[in-house]
Design a protein around this ligand. Sequence first.
Ligand code: YH5
Length: 283
Amino acid sequence: MTSVLYPTRLPCGSRVLDLAHTHVMGILNITPDSFSDGGRFSQRDAALRHAEAMVAAGATLIDVGGESTRPGARVVTPLEELERVAPVVEALNRELDVVISVDTSTPAVIRETARLGAGLINDVRSLRREGALEAAAATGLPVCLMHMLGEPGDMQDNPHYDDLVGEVGAFLLQRMEQCESVGIPRERIILDPGFGFAKNLQHNLSLFKHMEALHVFGRPLLVGVSRKSMVGLALGRPVSERLSGGLALAAMAMLKGARILRVHDVAETVDVVRMIAAVESAE
Ligand code: YH5
């Protein structure tokens, strides 16, 4: 078992995560209300029910996202993003005992969702948007910094690295130092290699194999590979058939010391985590 080098108690707003254990973060994507749906609250209620099911299955974090990072996805304005995400964060905070992570790069969404009970800021752009560092610092919440070069729209245009793991580590260190310069202490930071972001299949596999190198920064790692193309391309599987591959990677990530697994399939991943924990706690 990988030994831990950091204090494991991470305050996330009104809740606390003990990172001595591996946690499962359930993905909750909020898409816009359509004209033909069941009314103004149906989106929020559907999201709440999905989150409830993930918590019942053992998720200890829910990652709420209102902006698609798929290449080619429509640009969402800050107001649209806030209108999607805020009611869900408020409802989750009221109804469930879970750490609410908000997958956002938008300063207004960072500030407002923190006020409504969010416990973690998860930014695939690592707080590089204008005003995002300051907004995150003002919340006092922990931040997940993820490696990505460029923007979701252009990140997959022939990414190149001379020293993949070194460059990912250098990027995360630089973002961590930027955080420290605005008053977000290192103790509040989670690091993420950014699987699928500005990386081809070989990059993703190699970074996964060597992710332990990122432990040098002494911060917990979050890994998100659920249903991603690295599974699809390695196995030749469409999105609907990537569960087994994703579970293999979840098990490997946990054994490599990752402390948060960001997944769609919570119940299955929780079984993986509990099974590994059962063996690791044996005599
Ligand atoms: C992540 O890795 N990823 S959004 C393409 C897929 C499947 C899933 C079908 N936000 C991460 O989940 N935040 C996203 O192929 C994230 N780490 C963190 N911290 C992309 C996503 C996905 C994309």
